[in-house]
Ligand binder design. Structure first.
Ligand code: GDG
Length: 503
């Protein structure tokens, strides 16, 4: 359904993601109620969707028919200021497309964990079928001149499927997770289909230069002749199939919103409470979804190693490790949870002092936003050590909330965020247990002026390249006619806000 005559005349933005940015719950009368999501992506896209007129297309998150969700979608859409379109999925599709191909094939493969992949051919068949379903839903709503922005690894085929439906809209894709190097990617039985599908988009965006390089290397490794032109963050790749622009656009956060929220009296009080509960020591913080890519067990081993090899550190630091429940129905995740809990038990059993210092404060739950901000503010050191990560927004949120700037970020060199935050973070190899332990020690004894200088540099960079900058950069690259329209971000003049984009 289109909005008023004014927005019909202008090209619109159509966002497509696996899930709609709303959580749907059954109300007391059994009807569906939509609760808005609060992530950075939704916040950043809102001005463009509202001002240009837009649509968000995705799965509502529960098996059910379009008819069942229709009233909730209409009222949520009119409150949000853009249209919402549901792509219904049945249980078998959720199992094989979402849990299967997306999360048992692409997720581990793209994080370099090939041994965890289950290359079940039925998963691929359902993935292609479901992607066609999304493409049909989009094609039914997209007009010539509209810009369709497809998000993430669940929907890589949508662009190609839309071309097959002879769409006239321009197509962009952004991958939120890493893109692997050829030696990993080539293990995918459907590697050619995936690369060809991605080359059907007008613009393909990655989190980091690393991912963009890998993507181009994979095209070449598959024997496609590819001519790469341009410098800076966006290049043009020409193959026998046509031209695709390929860029790196590091996703970010709503820096000002985090900074302001972290400065409130409520957050301040809660942060103080934490220091009162855990007095006389530095607090080291880890916050992760329960996921094997986040490196939680290796991190705990590093903390244990620190206490074993450096007895002087006992009593001086506590690790607050928050693990947010995620994908609990998958056996691999459950096994990992047990392993984490055993390790925590072992460390506390060995080092805790009766009635006093406990080395690891472990919480397996989702924090409220207030708690999350208070934990960020209270932490003297953030220990963020994923084995591989597209970006890692926790690292950026931690910096934004560190309003006193008197703290240290320890960050895995394999997080996309490392490309930007190497200016101030202590970078570590998460596999190097002793190296991570030494980084905690270095962070603990870092002089104050160095802490302040490092944190200030990172915060300045995140403030300059926040999530609004990210949306602008991607949409500008999508509409720029030639590369000279789109200089590298450092060289860009101040940009008008997203609602003035000429697409
Ligand atoms: C994927 C890519 C990429 C975490 N715990 C709580 C909580 N959170 C919020 C954080 C943050 C988000 O969840 C996690 O974002 P990450 O970026 O760290 O990781 P993924 O979920 O794996 O996201 C990743 C991202 O997409 C964006 O492109 O950076 O690399 O894997 O915003 O604040 N929020 C609340 N309670 C918690 O306990 N309220």
């Amino acid at each position: 359904m289109k909005r008023g005559a004014k927005s019909q005349a202008r090209s619109r933005l159509i966002v497509v993601s696996n899930r709609l940015p709303f959580a749907f719950k059954r109300g007391p009368g059994g009807n569906w109620i939509a609760e808005p999501g609060s992530g950075g992506l939704v916040t950043a896209l809102l001005p463009v969707l509202r001002n240009r007129g837009g649509t968000w297309i995705g799965w509502p998150g529960s098996a059910g028919s379009t008819r069942e969700f229709a009233p909730a979608l209409t009222s949520a859409g009119s409150a949000a200021g853009y249209d919402l379109v549901a792509v219904p999925l049945d249980e078998a599709e959720v199992r094989e497309f979402y849990h299967g191909f997306s999360n048992e094939v692409i997720w581990p493969l793209f994080h370099d964990l090939t041994s965890l992949c289950n290359f079940d051919p039925a998963y691929w068949r359902t993935y292609t079928k479901v992607n066609r379903k999304y493409a049909a839903a989009v094609a039914a709503r997209a007009d010539r001149g509209d810009f369709v922005w497809v998000h993430d690894y669940h929907l890589m085929n949508v662009g190609g499927d839309m071309r097959a439906l002879a769409t006239q809209a321009r197509l962009g894709f952004f991958l939120h997770i890493p893109f692997p190097s050829p030696d990993v990617f080539l293990k995918l039985p459907w590697r050619k289909q995936v690369i060809r599908a991605l080359l059907q988009y007008d613009l393909v965006g990655f989190q980091a230069a690393r991912d963009r390089r890998n993507f181009i290397a994979c095209i070449e490794a598959l024997g496609e002749e590819a001519r790469v032109e341009g410098r800076g963050t966006v290049v043009t790749v020409t193959t026998a199939r046509g031209e695709t622009r390929v860029g790196s656009f590091p996703i970010s956060i709503d820096y000002n919103a985090f900074m302001r929220a972290a400065a409130t009296a409520e957050v301040d009080e809660k942060a103080r409470e934490l220091h009162t509960l855990l007095p006389g020591r530095k607090l080291v913080l880890g916050i992760d979804r329960l996921d094997y890519t986040k490196g939680i067990t290796l991190r705990l081993q590093a903390f244990q190693d620190l206490l074993v090899r450096h007895p002087d550190m006992r009593g001086k630091v506590s690790l607050i490790q928050v693990v947010v429940p995620s994908r609990e129905d998958i056996p691999e995740y459950n096994r990992m949870k047990t392993e984490i809990e055993q390790l925590v038990g072992r460390i506390n059993g060995e080092f805790a002092r009766p009635g006093g210092w406990v080395p690891v404060w472990y919480e397996y739950r989702s924090l409220t936003r207030l708690e999350l901000l208070a934990y960020y503010r209270a932490a003297d050191i953030a220990l963020i050590t994923p084995l591989k990560d597209g970006m890692n927004l926790v690292a950026k949120e931690y910096c934004a909330c560190s309003i006193e700037e008197d703290c240290v970020l320890i960050l895995s060199e394999f997080a996309g965020a490392a490309e930007q935050l190497r200016i101030g973070a202590l970078l570590v190899n998460p596999h190097d247990i002793e190296g991570v332990a030494e980084a905690i020690r270095t962070a603990h004894s870092m002089p104050q002026d160095e802490r302040l200088a490092r944190m200030r540099a990172m915060r300045r960079s995140i403030r300059r390249q926040d999530v609004f900058w990210w949306v602008d950069s991607f949409l500008r690259a999508a509409i720029a006619r030639d590369l000279s329209d789109f200089p590298a971000p450092e060289a860009q003049a101040p940009q008008p806000p997203s609602n003035q984009l000429p697409f």
